[in-house]
Structures are given as structure tokens and as C-alpha cells.
Design a protein around this ligand. Structure first.
Ligand code: ACO
Length: 333
């Protein structure tokens, strides 16, 4: 007999953690040829958080992870897997996820990092979805955590104004129910031919570390802002439509869009092209800037805490990042 009961992946808890130190646009005016007015109108950003010397992607991730575990009402030893999405790992290896596993005392969890830059969280969610829906794991912690301030060139006004530090986390849980609730689907894509658009060119495997490479600022973010902007809008619109079509849903069904917080103007262009009204778009970029892989889980946590997500509501997550990478997820809350 077909009972209709299926294994579904549901969000059991969310969490976030931000460094205390705030860097405002007014602070940046003191060291750069820029203005609060330029940054606000071109990006929507007012301030961002900066990690202290004793903070790193793992310490931020541990705090966000603890909050997500508490919100899911599970113990650390119940976790089967920890995926840390980061492009600013503490060190080259071991994986930042191993430090997080230790910090959480999640003794039964396997732990590894993934790198998809700003798209990292949706890529991580897509991996976790497979483990849960296959029945292999019951609880997976996915954390997006970044210390972008360590890899921005603070003398480059076209990039350093954009980025901030922070971490966001969710617990994804296996549930056996008949109604289509939880994570409906994930959709991820990459185009390596666009790898030059946003890149940290200095490498460990490609070239030896050298003083010359450091002097050429190869270990910092280099970005073609305009081309990235155009590619971001195109891909975010495309993948949002793909996710809706896959689930035979339409724009009108969406309760809330949580877009990657890279630039307010990118968010406005994407949602305008999709025909989504302003009141259905979650934006917190003014407070944190672009926190890369942490941006979506931080926004998801804040939106749920602010009761902007009602039970049964349809949530669209949509991201774009270096790679180029892009993706979307649809969640029935
Ligand atoms: N303050 C003042 N002037 C500035 C600043 C600044 N902070 N930055 C650039 N300018 C100047 C430029 O030098 C240029 O001057 P010019 O005309 O004399 O040459 C002028 O402003 C216009 O520059 P543009 O680059 O054309 O400005 P634009 O409107 O495109 O905004 C920005 C630049 C904000 C970077 C935008 O292109 C953008 O947001 N792009 C997408 C970035 C993005 O999403 N990155 C993250 C991707 S996700 C990831 O994976 C990391």
C-alpha cells in the first residue's frame, strides 16, 4: 500500500553569530577616497562587521552552530555530519569543519568544508539534502562562515566596501511525513569560464608563495564589478525560475525571497525582473554587507526570528558567487 509517506529534509533550527566590531561607511571615509553616500546608493550597505584578532571562521561558525543546535533542540552528539561552507578557512588544512566539530563536541559527526564562495550555503544545502533524502543521515549541520576582512585589499575602494564577516547555520533534519513540507528542491550550477570575474589569484597549489606575489596583492579579492553585476542578475533570475518550474509553482506562490546579500541594486534588479513585490524580499545588507556564504543563513535566521516566515510559507533562497557559481532552493516552512 502506498501511504504517500516520504523522507523529507526539514529545517529544524537556525542560528547566527557576528563579530562585535562594526565598521561604518563613515569609518571607511577616513582611510579611502569614498563617501557614505556613494556606498549607500551604489550598494545599499551602511556598515559591516569585522572579526577580531582572536576570531576566525571556525570560532564564528561554532557560535552560530550552537545557536542552531539549541533552536533545533538537539544535542551535539546527535549530529551525523557538519558541512562548513567557507572561502576563508582558518588555515589550509585541516578543514575548518573539523575545528567546528571539536568546538561543538559533536563527536559522532563527520565534518568537511566546501568551497563555492558566496553560493556556498546553497551548495552545502544541496549536499545535505542528498544525505537526508537518501535516508543515510538524520541531522546535518550546515554552516556558512566567513572572515572576508582577512582577504580584502583595504586600499581597493571598489571591493573592500562590499564585504563583511559573520556566520549563519541551520540544522537539516530527516522527517517522514506525507505532505510536501521542508526543503522542496535545490538547484546548483557553475561556469568555470567566468572564474576571472571574482578571484583570489594567489595560490598554494598553483605557484609557490612568494614575497613578490604578496606585494602584487595576489592573496586578496580581485573583482570585475560591472561584469559580476550583470552575470549575477542574469543567473539569479534564471535559477529562480528553474526552481519554481521544477516544483510547478509560480512567483505568486512565494511568501518570502531570501536573496544573497551582495548588492542592493542586484537584489532590486533580480526581484523586479521576476515580478516579486518589495514586501516579499528580505534585505539586511545595510547592516552586514556581503558576508559571502554566511549571508543566506544569517538572513534566514533573522527572517524567522522576526516572524516573517509563517508555517506553510514558500521561501526562495537564491545565490550567486565566484566560480561563477549560482543556485536556488525552495523551502515550504
Ligand atoms: N567610492 C567612490 N567611488 C568609487 C568606489 C567607492 N567605494 N568604488 C568605485 N568607485 C568609482 C570607480 O572608480 C568609478 O570611477 P570612474 O568612473 O572615475 O572610473 C565609478 O565609481 C564607477 O565605478 P563602477 O565600478 O562602474 O561602479 P558600479 O556602479 O558598477 O558599482 C560595484 C561598483 C558596487 C562593485 C558593483 O559593480 C557591484 O556591486 N558589482 C557586483 C559585486 C558583487 O556582487 N560581488 C560579489 C559577488 S559574490 C562572491 O562570490 C564574492
Amino acid at each position: 500500500m502506498n501511504t504517500g509517506i516520504k523522507i523529507r529534509a526539514e529545517i529544524a533550527g537556525t542560528g547566527m553569530f557576528l563579530p562585535r566590531k562594526v565598521l561604518t561607511n563613515a569609518d571607511l571615509e577616513k582611510t579611502l577616497d569614498t563617501s557614505d553616500e556613494w556606498i549607500r546608493t551604489r550598494t545599499g550597505i551602511c556598515e559591516r562587521r569585522i572579526a577580531d584578532e582572536d576570531e576566525s571562521s571556525s570560532t564564528l561558525a561554532i557560535q552560530a552552530g550552537k545557536m542552531a543546535l539549541e533552536s533545533a533542540k538537539i544535542l551535539p552528539n546527535e549530529l551525523d555530519l557538519i558541512i562548513v561552507c567557507t572561502s576563508t578557512p582558518d588555515i589550509l588544512f585541516p578543514a575548518t569543519a573539523c575545528f567546528v566539530q571539536n568546538g561543538l563536541d559533536a563527536i559522532n559527526a563527520a565534518a568537511y568544508d566546501i568551497s563555492a564562495v558566496c553560493s556556498g550555503f546553497v551548495f552545502g544545502l544541496s549536499i545535505a539534502e542528498q544525505y537526508i533524502k537518501s535516508g543515510k543521515y538524520r541531522y546535518v549541520l550546515i554552516v556558512g562562515s566567513e572572515t572576508n576582512s582577512r582577504i580584502v585589499d583595504w586600499s581597493d575602494r571598489s571591493t573592500c566596501i562590499l564585504f563583511g564577516d559573520g556566520a549563519g547555520a541551520i540544522v537539516l533534519k530527516k522527517n517522514e511525513i506525507n505532505e510536501p513540507r521542508g526543503l522542496l528542491s535545490t538547484h546548483i550550477h557553475s561556469d568555470g569560464s567566468k572564474s576571472d570575474l571574482i578571484i583570489v589569484p594567489g595560490g598554494i597549489g598553483k605557484k609557490n608563495i612568494s614575497h613578490e606575489a604578496i606585494d602584487r596583492k595576489e592573496y586578496f579579492i580581485h573583482m570585475s564589478g560591472n561584469s559580476t553585476f550583470k552575470a549575477a542578475v542574469k543567473r539569479m533570475v534564471e535559477v529562480s525560475k528553474e526552481a519554481l518550474d521544477f516544483n510547478e509553482l509560480s512567483v505568486e506562490d512565494i511568501g518570502l525571497v531570501i536573496p544573497h546579500q551582495a548588492n542592493r541594486r542586484i537584489i532590486d534588479a533580480v526581484t523586479e525582473k521576476l515580478g516579486i513585490p518589495q514586501e516579499k524580499i528580505f534585505i539586511n545588507i545595510e547592516k552586514y554587507g556581503n558576508t559571502s556564504s554566511a549571508s543566506i543563513p544569517i538572513a534566514l535566521h533573522e527572517a524567522s526570528q522576526a516572524s516573517l516566515i509563517k508555517p506553510g510559507s514558500l521561501i526562495l533562497l537564491v545565490v550567486v558567487g565566484a566560480g561563477l557559481t549560482w543556485g536556488a532552493a525552495l523551502i515550504r516552512w
